[in-house]
Design a protein around this ligand. Sequence first.
Ligand SMILES: *Cc1c(COP(=O)(O)O)cnc(C)c1O
Length: 398
Amino acid sequence: MDSGFTDHLKAVLAEIEADGFTKRERELVSPQGGTVRLEGSSERVINLCANNYLGLADEPAIVEAAGAALERYGFGMASVRFICGTNELHRALEERIASYLGKDDAILFGSCFDANGGIFETLLTAEDAVISDALNHASIIDGIRLSKAQRFRYANSDMDDLETQLKAADAAGARFKLIVTDGVFSMDGYVAKLPEICTLAEQYGALVMIDDCHATGHLGDKGRGTPALTGVGNRVDIISGTLGKTLGGAMGGFIAASQPIIDILRQRARPYLFSNALAPSIVAGSIKALEIAEAADDRRERLKRHAQRFRTALGEAGFDLLPGETPIIPVMLNDANRATAMAQELGRRGVMVTAFSFPVVPKGKARIRTQMSAALTDEDIGFAIGAFIDAGKALSII
Ligand SMILES: *Cc1c(COP(=O)(O)O)cnc(C)c1O
């Protein structure tokens, strides 16, 4: 019995299409990299939209480490961690992540979406409060929804509002307070104001959690992320992160924190208890990725140089960019159809970018989010700048 349900879905899809919000997937027929080949084309295109900041997604040493683990341990674990799914590599990677980020211990999840999905419900009760930045990642928003904690939201990086919300949480009688923020806001490329956030947290007796998915491995000294970049170091209590971006780009998430926090997550976090363990090949590749990332000052330097050059050139050409210093450089088109048209024009010119529209960004704030990568050469960056200027003129955007 359908009762018009299919027609209803079709109508919703038609509305998404009419609004210019339809997301279409292009198929890669090459490894992920600075340049890629797409299905139906013989030409390689420059890729400006992967989270492949250090260019590790097709790194031979990582592929080799993953392959060796595949041979040695087989394809999958077919178990959650606590039953019989813990391989020696899982613990090795958790210890490696913890020491890299300067925490007691770490715990792996199937993704950072799962890590964020499980942490709030596990750590906080209705007696406690979570104070969340308005622009936090969807997984944090969903994780908070799943918890019983009292919820307070502050305007993006607005420290006055954060203080107001801390006071409101105190007035509501909160036992424990947890401030949570993205380390880098992924759609805008802004870095969280961690020094100010930590100072307020200390003043009001709150814990601080950051989601450093767009920072771990490439920002800060040795790639230790936004706490290193902003100089707050261990004043951040909890760090969530991903293995699916800079650290090889396969999959998996983690939380690094003090021992009791990790211990309670291992006992209680639902995405940990009720979801399969990461495949050993992915874990072995991620251990290698972490080792490479830690030592990759040369790649971090190239990434920074590309970002500065690209940002300066597009700004001078008259594009509307969001300001910042990360390798995320959003080119604002505002109108969703215009952003899609720009992405298509760039595609024709050999540069792969993605138009971001609602619900990934607010309505009327459509953009092309470009991301730099150490896998790109200086020539690639020059080519991409030329293509943007060309396409921008063709569409009368500049
Ligand atoms: C990508 C991302 C996630 C999700 O990470 P996965 O491991 O892909 O699930 C969570 N938070 C932020 C800020 C992200 O950018």
